[in-house]
Design a protein around this ligand. Sequence first.
Ligand code: SF4
Length: 213
Amino acid sequence: MTEQPPHDCPLCPRLVAYRDANRAEHPDWFNGPVPSFGPQDAWLLVVGMAPGVRGANRTGRPFTGDHAGILLYETLLKSGLAQGTYRADPADGLSLHGCRIANAVRCVPPANLPTPGEAATCNRFLQAELAGLPRLRAVLALGVLAHAAVLRAFQVRLSACKFAHGAHHALPGGLVLADSYHVSRYNTSTRRLTTEMFESVVAGLAATFPPSS
Ligand code: SF4
């Protein structure tokens, strides 16, 4: 098991205050650092930015419950990296195969935007996540913040690997970092990221690293 933050992780005061406010207003929500989802023998780690307040922060599963999960999970299902049916509910029975999902920042940030300091503080848990996946071959960063967090976790300078949708970068240990625009409602509704664009990124990774490799 990889190290996970405690449900009351105290390290980011602004996020703790937001968590407390959400707990007071919505005591039935998860309202804590959202744990990663997927098997420990994954070859692919998908890294998002942070939980959405009514998505993973509410349900407790990454990308579950808000718009962003639709394209992500439907694409993983099409690529054979997930099985079942995505119903935006952690009880939907959906399972991941060869793939795991984490967030660069585990707690929901106000206005959906973590500060650089919060991303830096939470990076210890992303580092632990990466170190705890013995069969890891590739990391898929959803958006610039996730890209930067993965580079930080590997102590690679941001200037050495510029974010670009569809790009692959070499990471220490023979791993590959792939970039995609985030699967957010904004990006998909503006068609900055289309279904075809995202499917192409995931299918390309699945073809490069087949399950038996
Ligand atoms: S974002 Fe990460 S480091 Fe900050 S309080 Fe949440 S779990 Fe802790």
